[in-house]
Design a protein around this ligand. Structure first.
Ligand code: GDP
Ligand code: MN
Length: 378
């Protein structure tokens, strides 16, 4: 789960990271009022869960409240790579001497958190890594020990930060690491951390990704989720305990188990088809979950056929078949479907499906071929 810049920065601030004063507005008028409260120049920033807002016209400097109102009017409603701006952050603007990149993330290869910094702040770290990898400094953090000052000193000197700022840099890096660790984050990033005109470090941007697997113990963070930013299908899936990822093919897939879902997608492709989604209904294929999953799949207008590939282990084939038949009684659709059931009570299941005039298949190959032919025949 990704948080907005304003949420990330406020959380970072609780761990001692200095951030500019600012507030969120949803209308141009509010933006103007906030700008007059703050006084002086402000920066108006779109709050959308995507990067590169600056380049997309989603970050504007305003000299006075009137300009802030105008800028907010231009930014609110803007479409930034598919994200419609509904909120802007009005921050007091600062003079910038230099921009630094600073992040804590997991190094999966080393199974450890890692601090990463570069003197080329403000730029995409991927671009820096590709073009000038020597500018990036990394150190690994032992979770039992935490971030030591000699480690941040090594990084600070590597990115050629003036010596007078090393102590503050350590404080900010430690704070960011504390935030990362305590909030179950997978990424805590400040890009840029700036050196202001008066020579201080300040986090003017913030990004925080929380590990979805930890959300069960972070209800306070779940509260912060921006529901407007979620794709409606993904939200429905989440609410029904399904894992759903939309892809760009035309064969909708409903499968139980992530491995089976991947195998199913591969076999569809092997037979010249293209999966429209990855959908894992998990262990319990109940009528409710099958109905919810089918609605989600059919909401995708690209879907021209649906393939069910269900392995009955704990869940029984006849139960799944009844679930599918019941779901289809509720959902009106012309989309052709093929069902493959395997495992516990598969034969009983197939009988139920045959009685309901559904196309069935015995092997995955057969199921994939049938689904592909349904799409081609269309
Ligand atoms: P992003 O493009 O989505 O990463 O948004 P950022 O928050 O990083 O803003 C983009 C750029 O705007 C930064 O790299 C800075 O160069 C600039 N910027 C952000 N805040 C300020 C500010 O207070 N003053 C000035 N002069 N520039 C700023
Ligand atoms: Mn940024």
């Amino acid at each position: 789960m990704n948080l907005h810049e304003y949420q990330a920065k406020r959380l970072f601030a609780k761990y001692g990271v200095p951030i500019p004063d600012g507030k969120v507005a949803t209308t141009p008028e509010q933006a103007g009022l906030i700008a007059s409260e703050l006084g002086g120049k402000v920066i108006v920033k779109s709050q959308v869960l995507t990067g590169g807002r600056g380049k997309a016209g989603g970050v504007k400097l305003a000299n006075d409240p009137e300009e802030a109102t105008t800028a907010a009017g231009q930014i609110l409603g803007l479409n930034i790579r598919g994200h419609i701006v509904g909120k802007v952050l009005i921050d007091e603007a600062v003079a910038i001497q230099d921009e630094i990149y600073l992040a804590i993330l997991i190094d999966r290869a080393r199974h450890m958190p890692m601090l990463m910094a570069s003197a080329a702040g403000g730029m995409d770290i991927e671009q820096v890594a590709a073009e000038t990898p020597e500018k990036i400094f990394r150190i690994h953090i032992d979770p039992l020990v935490g971030l030591r000052s000699y480690q941040s000193t090594y990084v600070a000197s590597g990115i050629q930060l003036p010596g007078g700022l090393w102590r503050d840099f350590h404080m900010i890096s430690s704070g960011l690491y504390e935030a990362f660790w305590s909030l179950d984050a997978s990424l805590a990033e400040i890009n840029p951390l700036v050196i202001t005109g008066d020579g201080k470090l300040l986090a003017v941007d913030g990004k925080l990704s929380i590990d979805d697997n930890a959300l069960f113990r972070r209800p306070d963070l779940v509260e912060m989720r921006d529901r407007d930013e979620e794709n409606p299908s993904e939200r429905q899936a989440r609410l029904n305990g399904l894992s759903y990822i939309q892809l760009d093919g035309n064969i909708g897939c409903m499968v139980n188990g992530a491995g089976l879902a991947m195998a199913t997608m591969d076999v569809i492709e092997l037979h010249g088809g293209a999966p429209a989604n990855f959908l894992d209904i998990g262990g319990g294929a109940t009528t409710e979950s099958v109905t919810a999953a089918l609605r989600i799949i059919l909401a995708d207008s690209n879907v021209q056929a649906v393939l069910f590939n269900i392995f009955g282990g704990i869940v029984r084939g006849d139960e799944v078949a009844r679930g599918i038949v019941a779901a289809l009684a509720e959902i009106e659709t012309e989309v052709p479907m093929v069902v493959r059931l395997l495992g516990t009570n598969a034969e009983e299941g197939k009988k139920i499906l045959a009685e309901a005039n559904m196309v069935t298949a015995t092997t995955l190959t057969e199921a994939a071929q049938k689904a592909v032919s349904m799409v081609v025949a269309d």
